[in-house]
Design a protein around this ligand. Sequence first.
Ligand code: PMP
Length: 322
Amino acid sequence: MAKIYNQAYLKDTIVPLEQANVGIASSAVLYGLSVYTVFPVVATKNGLSAFRLRDHYNRLLNSAKIIGIDTFANNWTYDSFTQAVSELVSANQFTETVFVRATVHVTAQVAGAKSRGLETQLSLFAYEAVPILSPTGVRLKTSVWRRTPDYSIPSRAKVNGAYVNSVLGKQDAIDSGYDDCLFLDALGHVCELSASNIFIVRDGVLITPKSSTDILEGINRKTILELAADMNISTLEREIDLTEVYIADEAFACGTSTGIAPIIEVDARKIGFGATPLTKGIKEKYTSILNGGDTSSKKYFTRFDTQFPQAKDDDTAKDNWG
Ligand code: PMP
């Protein structure tokens, strides 16, 4: 179990974690009606900095929009959201890289099965950045459960209740002795893992399911596509058949809580031939960006000065970035 930091944020203030609670009669509890995101706050040599904060805020906003949780957009802006994250960082004085979970809960009580015009509260808490999959290699089982389609519970929206689908898939994989599941869509195309996106390599091309294949549009997936372009690696976003994963030269999972984890086996079939040059190259670049040490790191980070908790977006922090 990862350690959770003691100071959390709820509604509009910092509170001790044990007091950061949402009511048992709220739609968040009754229907899983909350949207969320998880982003790293990295201890770089330039101070504590959040990775791709604007992208995370935008995805949270879009998730709320898809589900119809309209009060979030009415009550919060990117600046006020960033200020709340600053307060969390300042209250906890992190000395290590952490993951921050930001959730918009529908806190209205016995409101029935609806989403608009209801009270919402933002919560933030931070926990130790422990990866959810082994960085040395993961074994996957194709899920007996299909990914929830866009016409049912959209995977593009990061909504808490939809994670029952992930729990079903992951638990089935663990029960069968694997590390995680590989979800397929209703037509049998490869989607993603329970909480990570997937890339495969075929003939030197990096391929990932297109965003209309019932996936979460992962922020690390987007980062990897950008890095690959910088590194002159060809990329494709298209439908992927399951058997293409079986015969891929390389495959890896990615996500905030995953980092980049090589996929070494799927359904009792070994992936590739042992060497994973492309995965290795991407992972090296990605790691150096996330550590804050790469020349292009600064464009991805929002820096927090814990003494003066006014967050600065990367481009206003040029003077202080190495
Ligand atoms: N897919 C699912 C279902 C996820 O829960 C996650 C984790 N948020 C991802 C993919 C990866 O997304 P990200 O890169 O934004 O962490």
